[in-house]
Design a protein around this ligand. Structure first.
Ligand code: PLP
Length: 405
């Protein structure tokens, strides 16, 4: 079969693949613990559910403008005022099928084949593949000091005549690192000086810990939105636990938004109007669920860190936000694919290999599940790797005997 060049170069999303693997194993009756997940387990806000039900009840669910319905744009404008201290117009906003589509159409609107887009490594798995979908080249920027916090000098070293854009995700998937105000200020100025687009993937910006607050990139530019090359991405998936609703958005100058809307119009005609109304419900409704989720995640993070602390060989950088911890297991096994497969085979714990995010030797462990799953999952991993652990482990009434250490 002759598939296109693009089809042959794009790999399946490893995180989606792992979700499928967990579902298949569970169906078989295996007691799988999924520490690879990328979605909160809480309910969607009631305001979102009611808004979508009311929309469905009308029985008239039609095409809508490709760049989003006005009530959603208004809710996003209000959100932008509250969290970014910036007044924007409906022409500066597009609603998409998740933040993922918003990022994809933004890249399609700004990148030519062979253009380069830079992002800090470790990086979200979709950035390189999205760049490839544009015929462009994703360039990971690994901080030279070995930390998860890049510096401008790291970008200066990787920038070339081909560089067109930078994408920043803070707090970061997979590390949980939230970049400082100083770094955000510097990267905004750096991009303005070099005339680069800057995509801020802020999908986790309210899920931050230890008293941290979301940072607005607009605080560091003197440009008006319509002069600026800043593209701000956000959505309801993570903060409102609405991953399945598939609503995200971008805020940017109206020329970029118009180009994105043209592209999206031919791709999908925009997201479902029912789900856009759900997003309006979430954004305009009672906000307590976001804070409840944030507090739960902070507590889960602390539990996971305490458990990982008891591993002699594991190195962990305390996550500032998100629901991921990117732990260094290289003392046990340098090949993260091998380690991840080993853990699922031996103790049925699903983790995501660091290699998928551009840094081998690490595993991404999610703490968005239950405390029971976090505790039991890390205990199983410890049992599998720690030569001092007892030889036997019970998972329910199954007795496992360790014969590999
Ligand atoms: C860094 C990052 N950006 C964007 C997305 C996409 O979110 P959405 O569900 O809104 O498409 C994700 C989802 O995992 C993510 O981790």
């Amino acid at each position: 079969m002759s598939l296109s060049l693009i089809a042959r170069t794009i790999s399946a999303s490893p995180t989606l693949r792992l979700n499928e693997k967990a579902a298949i194993l569970r169906e078989k009756g295996d007691p799988v613990i999924h520490l690879g997940g990328g979605e909160p387990k809480s309910m969607a806000p009631m305001d979102a559910i009611m808004a979508s039900v009311n929309s469905l009840n009308t029985g008239e669910v039609r095409y809508a403008p490709a760049d989003g319905i006005l009530p959603l744009k208004k809710a996003i404008i209000r959100y932008t005022e509250e969290f970014y201290n910036r007044h924007v117009m409906p022409e500066n906003v597009i609603a998409s099928g998740g933040a993922k589509q918003a990022i994809m159409v933004a890249m399609q609107a700004i990148l030519n084949p062979q253009d380069e887009i830079l992002y800090p490594a470790p990086f979200w798995v979709s950035y390189p593949e999205m760049a490839k979908l544009c015929g462009a080249i994703g360039v990971p920027v690994l901080p030279e000091d070995g930390s998860f916090y890049p510096r401008i000098s790291d970008f200066e070293q990787r920038i070339s005549g081909q560089t067109k854009a930078i994408i920043i995700n803070s707090p970061n998937n997979p590390t949980g690192a939230m970049y400082s105000k100083e770094f955000i200020a510097d990267i905004v100025k750096f991009c303005e000086k070099k005339d680069l687009y800057l995509i801020m993937d802020d999908i986790y910006h309210r899920l931050v810990f230890d008293g941290k607050k979301p940072i607005s990139c607009y605080d560091f530019t003197r440009e008006s939105v319509d002069k600026s090359k800043l593209i701000v991405i956000n959505g309801v998936s993570k903060q409102y636990a609405m991953t399945g609703f598939r609503i995200g958005w971008a805020v940017a100058n109206k020329k970029i938004i118009e180009a994105m809307a043209n592209i999206q119009g031919h791709q999908t005609s925009g997201p479902s109007v029912v789900l856009q109304k759900a997003a309006v419900g979430a954004l305009n409704g009672i906000q307590s669920s976001v804070e409840n989720l944030r507090v739960t995640l902070e507590n889960n993070r602390n539990i996971m860190l305490d458990l990982l602390d008891s591993f002699d060989g594991v190195k962990v950088t305390k996550p500032d936000g998100t629901f991921y911890c990117f732990a260094d297991f290289s003392a046990y096994e340098k090949d993260s694919n091998k380690l991840s497969n080993f853990l699922i085979d031996k103790v049925q714990v699903l983790t995501v290999p660091g290699k998928e995010f551009g840094l081998d030797g690490h595993l991404r462990l999610s703490y968005c599940g239950s405390i029971k799953d976090i505790t039991e999952g890390i205990e199983r991993i410890k049992w599998a790797l720690d030569p001092n652990a007892p030889n036997e482990l019970y998972i329910g009434d199954r007795k496992l005997t360790r014969d590999w250490l």
